[in-house]
Design a protein around this ligand. Structure first.
Ligand SMILES: [Zn+2]
Length: 463
């Protein structure tokens, strides 16, 4: 009988499609076999543990310039925290400067990441301009491995007009790529913000009212109507409201390829956080803002019904002391974004699986498999099957921990989930068959991660 490089024995293997008690064999960094009584030169005993595909975070912002400051996790600290939380691939963004070619911006961003990353990574390309020179670059961008294009309905310098959206949708359709949209009605947010400021409301507690729920649902409805006209596959990032889910669901009912992402913060937290004393509400300032408990519940239902396909984090950390306080005098100057790259898998297990809102397989599907499928990384990533990269998490479903800033490795001085009780935690993470991280210790060197070229997504194969 062959002995493999490494065999993970006696674990419970969990994929999007099945759960089985079996051994898993690794050879040359790839999964080679799944079955009973496999033997290896090295053995990991996973008795009592869940064996999952390495998680994929489809939405992170490492080392991202944001006005006067930069998100506080660089590629090294951010991917280290990800690995310790069971994530083996992140997908970050390229934001080309005005007048910069998309390919040049890609090469700069990749050069910045390559020497630092400890896990694998891919990139989405942001389109904030649709001038002919940029649109002409799309085939080359796709060949270089970016098949998803991020767009905005809000923010000066990023937002596209309806006319530009239609042209962009048409061009991306012709290439076979996927459009991602940050959907909030810019005029509604601007109007609400100006009224609050005119009333002298400058604190973080005004933030949720400055970006109302109706601004999100209006933008999702409109963007998906336009995508329907051009037949363009579209992915709405960080959906935060029940009304936003309803708009997505209507597009799906019309037969569109319309997909959705939500994040732990929109499932677990509410806008009551903004009323904390001593400016602490600033720790929760992100866009879209945290909403109501009814929205949390609706989003959980949408995840379990597959109306929403993925859980990303939108990890975009800023120190409370030294960065968030740029907005001490006015909430509009608080850098927008919160940390979460490390805690996603554990939070979604406790509050999704243990609480009965998601099945084990749905948990793996939304955190690992669907992100790989939608962004063209499947089946190299996102599943456990012979031939796939041996990116594997051993997850202890019995380990209880209290989530706190002290146990995390994100380069930031707080976690928005401080004090939440976790029932289950990732203990060992392998990347391409090598031990990456275990029990809070990182074993890989910076530069260990690889840039992944995304293929065009194949929607007809989606489970
Ligand atoms: Zn984001």
């Amino acid at each position: 009988m062959t002995a493999f490089d490494l065999v993970i024995q006696n674990g419970k293997i969990v994929t999007a499609g099945e759960t089985l008690d079996a051994d898993l064999a690794i050879q040359g960094g790839k999964i080679q076999a799944i079955g009973k009584n496999l033997s290896g030169h090295k053995v990991l005993n996973a008795a009592g543990l869940l064996v999952l595909p390495g998680a994929i975070d489809p939405h992170v912002h490492l080392q991202m310039p944001a006005g006067a400051t930069t998100s506080s996790d660089n590629w090294q600290t951010g991917t280290t925290a990800a690995a310790l939380g069971g994530t083996t691939t992140v997908i970050d963004f390229i934001e080309p400067l005005e007048n910069q070619s998309l390919i040049e911006a890609f090469e700069e961003r990749k050069a910045q990441a390559d020497s630092q990353v400890v896990i694998d990574y891919a990139l989405h390309m942001t389109l904030s301009s649709i001038i002919p020179e940029r649109m002409a670059e799309l085939p080359e961008v796709i060949r270089a491995g970016m098949t998803s294009f991020k767009t905005y309905t809000t923010y000066d310098g990023l937002k596209l007009t309806d006319e530009a959206f239609l042209k962009m949708f048409r061009r991306v359709s012709e290439t076979g790529g996927l459009v991602m949209v940050h959907a909030e009605n810019d005029a509604m947010c601007g109007f609400a913000t100006r009224e609050l400021l005119a009333q002298g409301q400058y604190g973080p507690e005004a933030h949720p009212r400055s970006r109302p729920a109706s601004a999100e649902s209006e933008a999702i409805e409109r963007v998906l109507a336009m995508a329907g006209l051009t037949g363009t596959p579209t992915y709405i990032v960080h959906i935060s409201t029940a009304q936003g889910v309803a708009a997505l669901s209507r597009a799906q009912a019309r037969g569109q390829l319309a997909f959705g992402e939500t994040c732990p913060q929109y499932l677990l937290l509410t806008d009551r956080e903004y009323s904390r004393p001593d400016f602490e509400g600033a720790k929760f300032v992100c866009a879209p803002p945290l909403r109501k408990e009814t929205d949390n519940a609706f989003l959980w239902d949408a995840l379990s019904q597959n109306t929403i396909q993925t859980i990303g984090t939108d990890h975009c950390p800023f120190f409370f002391k030294g960065q968030k306080d740029l907005g001490k005098d006015c909430f509009t100057h608080i850098p927008g974004g919160i940390p979460g790259i490390e805690s996603r898998l554990a939070l979604m297990y406790t509050y999704g699986v243990v609480s009965g809102k998601l099945t084990l397989n749905q948990w793996v599907d939304r955190c690992c498999t669907k992100p790989a499928e939608l962004f063209g990384l499947y089946p190299q990533k996102g599943t456990l099957m012979p031939g796939a990269d041996a990116d594997i998490v051993l997850f202890d479903p019995h380990q209880e921990r209290v989530l706190s800033h002290q146990i995390l490795h994100e380069n930031v001085d707080y976690t928005p989930y401080e004090g939440l009780v976790l029932k289950g935690y990732p203990i060992t993470t392998l990347l391409r068959g090598e031990l990456l991280a275990e029990k809070g210790v990182m074993y890989a060197e910076p530069g260990n991660g690889k840039y992944l070229k995304c293929n065009l997504p194949r929607f007809e194969q989606l489970s």
